[in-house]
Every structure is written in structure tokens, then in C-alpha cells.
Design a protein around this ligand. Structure first.
Ligand code: PLP
Length: 388
């Protein structure tokens, strides 16, 4: 056997090496298992795989399954499906739980691309969207029709931060046997317990807090019910949605510091928001822990903390001054997303919420891991530059 191996030519030996390093190795890191092809010991095992057996890269690698298991433990879920971005996790959920002729209730404050997906691709497939006021609470009962297949929630809402009464919405949905899915990205599965509040599906952009360093895109869909799990598993397989093991490895690393970062970011964001609330240029602070924020009382009742992102309205300024303020910031980058180590700022020319007049005067801030005193000094110089 050894002779035969030695006689093989280089091309073969490069692919079938003669010897392997010892794998008797233990570290704190979860190994990154890469693989499209998964090997079976024989044809019987390939043709009759056991439940849960690894079969092909799309069905998950040990790295991906380790991440799913850890996320499930954080959220108290039975199953967690991974997707290559937060938006892919949203589309997986919508495609898995709707069909032609169905309707989805969507809060007006939902992440823009969620509405674009429903109003675009899903509309082409015969799924209709019914927008609703995110603060509707029990009133959602009046909007549920026999065709309603899913109630989407996102709390707090994107940019304008409306905190939704998920227990009230979930109770109305349960009475009509309609599942409730929540985009739970802001709470990271830590600050808000989606399942305890009655939601059936918790969707997250792991890109934000779990990744935590603005260098990876991933998403997750968590469920408790085996029926919903089976629908999601089928859709995930049919769509070929899989998460790269390298990305999973980055998110696994991020998870180790999730609790510390979230707590620190939450405290820094409150410190910065408190300073902003005292400035006369700032007419509203849309942060769940502040009374200006729609749904603040609901946040006090249902949440264990707040995270890093919030918005302020510079309601006495012109749009030009608001843009000059953002451009003058030195420590805040201008860019999409949030939840990483770096502070960010953004303002939206065509934002219609909370009103067409105030939307363009809103600035969303993501507070990073910089010292809050330096961030406050930066905000101060930018507020002054904007009116100079
Ligand atoms: C609330 C919310 N959900 C989902 C997403 C989508 O996540 P991703 O950027 O990973 O696609 C975002 C992205 O900004 C978001 O803010």
C-alpha cells in the first residue's frame, strides 16, 4: 500500500496526500469546516441517510450547525435557519410562509427592502401586502382577513423606532390562527424575548450585533413550532440558501462578546442620546428609552434594555443644515447598517415618517464602541458647523 502510494504521480499525491497531521487538537475556536461535497462511507449510507446526517454543503456544515444551535439557545428556539444576509432571512421567511392569493400585514415602519420584496417579487407571485400602523396593537384584529397568511412585525421600526405591542398583536393573530413573524434584529434575541411575547418566528440580521464588527453579512430565522420549521427547511433547501462556513465562524466569534458589547453599546447610546435631548437644535429623540419615542411605554413593559441605534429630529433646521451636520461629523461614518464597533450617521432625503416635513430632518445614529465623551464632542462641533 505504501509502495503504491509512493509510485503515484504528483497530481494524484496533491489530491490524495500520503500522510495527515494529527487532529488531536483542542482550542476555544469552533473549527471552520468547508465543504460542498460531503463524503459517505458507502452507497447505502448515501441512499438512505439518517435524519440530520450531513449530506451536502447546503444542508449545513458542523460550523453552521454549531452557530444555529448557539443562536437557538439564546432565543429559546427549537430550530434556527441560517441565511447569507438579514434580507435573505426575511425573504426565506416570506417565501416559506406565503402562497398565491395570500396577504401579509406589514408595519409602515418596516425595513424598506422588506416592503420592496413584498410589493415587488412577492406581488408578482400573487401575494398582497397590507400596510398597517406599527402602533396598532389589539387593533390588528380588524385588519386580519381570511386570506391573511402572515403578520410581519418589526420592533422598534426601522429609522423611526416605533416600539410595537407584540403581545397584543400575537394574541389577535392566535385567535385567527395566523402566524406572527418579527424582525427582531434590534433586540438581538437578547433584549426582547420574541417567543415569550407570542411571536412564532424571530428573524434577525446577524450582520448587526452578532457579527458585531461590520465585516460579515448573515441572517437567521428562529422558530419553535415543528410545522413552521418544516416549511422553512423545505423553502431553504429549494432556494439553495446556505451560509458560508467562514461567515459562520466570524459570527461565532462575535457571539462570545455579544452580551458585553450590547450592554456597553446600550449604555453609550443612552449617554449620547441624553446629551442630544438637552440640545435646543434637537426637537425629538427617537430612542425606545426616551418618552419622545412612539411605544416608549410598551418598551418599558416588554424590553430588558436598549441597543445602539436611534434617531434625532432637528426639527427647526433646513434639510441643507441637516446634511451639513452629518457631513461635518468626524468620528461617525456615513453608511448603511449598524451594530458594529464604529459609529455611523445617516439622513434620508425622501423619508415620509414621522411626517413628510420632519422625515428629511431626521438623522439616524449608530453609536459604536468609541468613548462616548469623544462622540459627544464630535456631535457638538458638527452641530455648530452646520449653522455657521
Ligand atoms: C431591521 C433590519 N432588518 C434586516 C436588515 C437586513 O440585514 P442585512 O443587511 O444583513 O441584509 C437590516 C439592515 O440594515 C435592518 O436594519
Amino acid at each position: 500500500m505504501a509502495d503504491e502510494a509512493e509510485r503515484r504521480r504528483l497530481a494524484t499525491r496533491l489530491i490524495h496526500p500520503d500522510s495527515h497531521a494529527s487532529t488531536d487538537f483542542k482550542s476555544f475556536a469552533v473549527p471552520t469546516y468547508r465543504g460542498s461535497t460531503v463524503l459517505f462511507p458507502n452507497m447505502d449510507a448515501a441512499e438512505q441517510p439518517l435524519p440530520g446526517q450531513y449530506r451536502y454543503g447546503i444542508d449545513g456544515t458542523p460550523t453552521a450547525r454549531e452557530l444555529s444551535a448557539r443562536l437557538a439557545a439564546i432565543e429559546g428556539a427549537e430550530q434556527v435557519f441560517l441565511a447569507p444576509s438579514g434580507l435573505a432571512a426575511i425573504s426565506l421567511t416570506l417565501l416559506a410562509l406565503t402562497s398565491a392569493g395570500g396577504r401579509v400585514l406589514l408595519p409602515e415602519s418596516a425595513y424598506g427592502p422588506t416592503g420592496a420584496l413584498l410589493g415587488g417579487l412577492l406581488a408578482r407571485f400573487g401575494v398582497a401586502m397590507d400596510p398597517y400602523d406599527p402602533l396598532i396593537g389589539h387593533g390588528i384584529a380588524d385588519l386580519i382577513t381570511p386570506d391573511t397568511q402572515l403578520i410581519w412585525c418589526e420592533s422598534p421600526g426601522s429609522i423611526t423606532m416605533e416600539v410595537q405591542d407584540i403581545p397584543a398583536i400575537a394574541a389577535a393573530a392566535k385567535a385567527r390562527a395566523v402566524p406572527v413573524a418579527i424582525d427582531n434584529t434590534y433586540g438581538a434575541g437578547v433584549l426582547f424575548d420574541a417567543f415569550a411575547a407570542g411571536a412564532d418566528v424571530s428573524v434577525q440580521a446577524l450582520t448587526k450585533y452578532q457579527g458585531g464588527h461590520s465585516d460579515v453579512l448573515m441572517g437567521s430565522v428562529a422558530v419553535r413550532s415543528p410545522d413552521l420549521g418544516a416549511k422553512l427547511a423545505r423553502a431553504q433547501r429549494l432556494l439553495g440558501l446556505s451560509a458560508s462556513p467562514d461567515d459562520c465562524s466570524l459570527v461565532l466569534r462575535g457571539l462570545k462578546t455579544l452580551d458585553l458589547r450590547l450592554r456597553h453599546l446600550g449604555e453609550s447610546a443612552i449617554q449620547v442620546a441624553k446629551w442630544l435631548a438637552l440640545r435646543e437644535e434637537v426637537t425629538a429623540v427617537l430612542h425606545p428609552a426616551f418618552p419622545d419615542c412612539p411605544g416608549h411605554e410598551t418598551w418599558k413593559r416588554d424590553w430588558s434594555g436598549s441597543a445602539s441605534v436611534f434617531s434625532v429630529i432637528l426639527g427647526r433646521w433646513t434639510r441643507e443644515q441637516v446634511v451639513r451636520f452629518v457631513d461635518s461629523l468626524r468620528l461617525f461614518g456615513i453608511g448603511y447598517s449598524w451594530g458594529g464597533a464604529n459609529s455611523l450617521a445617516f439622513t434620508y432625503r425622501d423619508l415620509k415618517r414621522p411626517s413628510p416635513e420632519l422625515g428629511p430632518l431626521l438623522v439616524r445614529l449608530n453609536i459604536g464602541l468609541e468613548d462616548p465623551a469623544d462622540l459627544i464632542a464630535d456631535l457638538e462641533q458638527a452641530l455648530e458647523s452646520a449653522v455657521r
